[in-house]
Design a protein around this ligand. Sequence first.
Ligand code: GAL
Length: 416
Amino acid sequence: MARTPLKALALAAALVTGVAAHAGEVEVLHWWTSGGEAKAATALKGQMLKLGHTWRDFAVAGGGGDSAMTVLKSRVVSGNAPAAAQIKGPSIQEWAREGVLANIDDVAKANNWDALLPKPIADGLKYKGSYVAAPVNVHRVNWIWANPAVLAKAGVKLPTTWDEFFTAAEALKKAGVIPVAHGGQNWQDFTTFESVALGVGGVDFYKKALVQLDQGALKSPTMEKVLTTFKRIKDYTDRNAPGRDWNLATAMVINGQAGMQLMGDWAKGEFIAAGKVPGKDFVCAAAPGTAQAFTYNVDSFAMFRIKNEANVKAQKDLAAALVSPEFQEVFNLNKGSIPVRLNMDLSKFDDCAKLSANDFVASAKSGGLVPSIAHGMAVPSAAEGAIKDAVSQFWNSDRMSAKDAMERIASAARAQ
Ligand code: GAL
């Protein structure tokens, strides 16, 4: 067919402008709206603008991403998927099975992802052997954060065991501060719970109970001890905890209103965004009893099948940018996580990140590297949701015994 003059004009313009010829729009769904998270998301947007593309922000607030996932489902069902969405763990496979994700093997090959990413992580980003998602980081979930000035006021050190934790919590209470900053939302309860399960039960128990969902482990004296220890923490949280966002809990540690917080290292992003210095204004350590283990949470973006050619190009550029060394550095410095790309220079990273990177490698060797159930890395989303609800019911109830909770959690796991 002969070209219309208009098309010829557009072609000529494209040849002259180069980059703009391929400029497309990327719509990206994420839930990074807290101070540190927003800085990290802005780094991503900047990268896309640099490449000449347009960024359409699809941010759905809510830590842990439950609200974002609900909104995403309705968008995809109505045939209007974004180019990319923050989807991770087994959910990537769930979405891929629906046939809505795009194959990005060409980007992965051109950028050597198979060699640059840890194999177990790369495998999780593939569906039937093809990449459908790109990773950005490795978050560690089993951390404890504290305000050292507040600890000093109470005469305690950062706890390394659960006994030390409760001793410290008691001393902080006596000193008139809130011992544990907590936000009573089910994903935050679950985040605390999994660190207790790892610390009290150990790696093998964690794997059996929370990764394999083994009924014997879920209904065991160890599980009862985990639940009892978990519930004891509640006595050291404040009355206003219910519903509080995680970053507001971190702010309580930042401003000295509270002593400690059990939270993944996106919390470090908040300390950093507030201009706080690691080792001086705040301190980090593995959650009590978990120094030899590492609960990982890898943020990744699944790519959806979209039609417009320029937008597909923008989507592929986004995927490539996510794994590039420049982006991995700037993003993770802001996000609190460590790069997912192997052999990165970590000289600009702080001691918490360096500890994380060391422990990631060491725990991978020792068998202590485990997926976070609370952050969608371990089990299918339906099982995660049901167990999470049971854990929060126990946390919130004055009457439920640890034995009852154990039964509920086990049956939630069985039902899936
Ligand atoms: C996690 C996510 C992190 C962080 C956190 C709080 O699930 O992996 O990137 O954003 O939620 O929102």
